[in-house]
Design a protein around this ligand. Sequence first.
Ligand code: DLL
Length: 432
Amino acid sequence: MIWNKTKECMSRDEMHKLQGRRLQTTVRRVYHNVPFYRAKMQELGVEPGDVRGIEDIVKLPFTTKQDLRDNYPFGLSPISSSEYVRVHASSGTTGKPTAVPHSRKDLEVFSECVARALCCTGATKDDVVQVAYGYGLFTGGLGLHDGATKLGATVIPVSAGNTRNQITMLQDFGSTVLACTPSYALFIAEALAEAGVDPSTLPLRVGVFGAEPWSAEMRAKIEEKLKIQAYDIYGLSEIMGPGISDSCQFQDGLHIAEDHFYPEILSPDTLEPVSPGVTGELTFTHLTKEAMPLLRYRTRDLTSLNYKPCPCGRTNVRMARVMGRSDDMLIIRGVNVFPSQIESVLMEIPEAKPYYMIIVDRKGALDTLEIQVEVDDKYFSDEIAQMDSIRGKIKHRLDNALRIGVIVSLVEHKTLQRSEGKAKRVTDRRKI
Ligand code: DLL
C-alpha cells in the first residue's frame, strides 16, 4: 500500500512544478523574516524574484551546522516562538547541540512522512509498533510514535534501553514492527537468544531501522537473526527527523519525501551539483517547513540519487543507502577508509560476530588501524593455531578490501560494548 499516492506517485514534471512553487514561497519567507538569509542572499546578489523554478535553487546560499550553532537556539526562525509546539535538538555527538523548533503544521508533515515510511514497509493500522528509539530531544522516539499513531497502528512507546523489558513487550503485546537503531536490533536479537526465545515464535515481522549507517550485509544478518524483513529509515533532526526517506520492499534505495525536502548531491570538492548516480554530499532544502526553513542544508551524509521509477509504484527520487558521513571518513596513511566498508567485510565472515571496534592510532609517524572483532563462541578456541588462522583470514579479507594493512585483534564474546542507540564504533586516538 502507498500512504499518499498523490504525493508519492506524481509525474516528475508535476513534482518539479510543485517543488518550484514551494521553493518560491520558502525563499520569500526567509528573505523577509530571517536576517541571516537576507544577508546571505544579498551577498550573492540574489533576490526572491530570481527564483522562478526549482532549477534556480543553485543560486541560493548553503547552510551549515555551524550556521545553526551561530544562531542558536532560534535565530533562523521566521515565525514567532508562540507558534512553536515542540522543540527537538540534535544528539550533539559532534559538538554543541542544535535546536530545531516545529510548528503544528511541521509536526503534521513529520507524522505524515513517518506514516509513509511505515507504509513502505507494508505496515498497516493492524500492526503493533514497538518504538525502541530513544524518546526525548532525539527525534527517533517521538517521530516514530507520531507516525505510527497517524497510521492507526498500536504504539508501544517503550523507548530505548531496558532490553529485558523489550523482550517482555515483544512477547506479551505481540509487537509486529520493531523500530530502533540497527545496532540495538542486534543487541535485542542477542538478548532473545540468551533468554532462549526463538524469534520465529514471535509475531514480529518488520524492522524499521536507522539513525546510523549500516551495511546491506548487516541488514541480512539482522533479518536472519530476528526472522524479519528489515527496512532502512533515514533522517536528521535539523531537517525533520526519521521519515525523510525510507526503503520499500524492493530494497534498492530510500524514497525521499521530496514534496517536503528537496535533495541535491554536491561534489565535496567544488560544491557543484553532480549527476544522478554519482556519490557526493547530500543537501536538503525545506519546501514546506514553517518554524525553521533551511536552504541547501549540508548534511555531510554521502549518497547518490536515482530518479528511475521504482517497481513499487512510487516515483519519488531514491537515495542510496548512506555509506557514512564525510566527517566519518578515516584517512589512514593517505588511504580513505569508511567504517561501513569494514562492516561489510566482517559481516561476511562466519567466525566474526557482528560486534567490532575500530581503533586508529599513530605509532611514530605511521597511522595504524586496529579492528577488534568478537569471535563467535562456536569458533573460539584455546588453541593458538586455530585463533591465528581466524585472525589471518579476517586480516587477509580486510587488507584486500581496504588496500592497507590492518591489525586484527580477536576478542571474546561480549567483550565489546553493546549499543542501545547510535553505536560508537570508532576511537581515533590521533585526535585525543
Ligand atoms: O538520527 C533521526 C533518525 C531517527 C533517523 C530514527 C532514523 C531513525 P540525528 O540524531 O540528527 O537524527 O542524526 C542524523 O544520523 O545525518 C546520518 O549521518 C545518520 N543517519 C540517520 N539515519 C540514517 C540511516 C536522526 N538510515 C544523522 N543510515 C544523519 C545511515 C543515518 N545514517
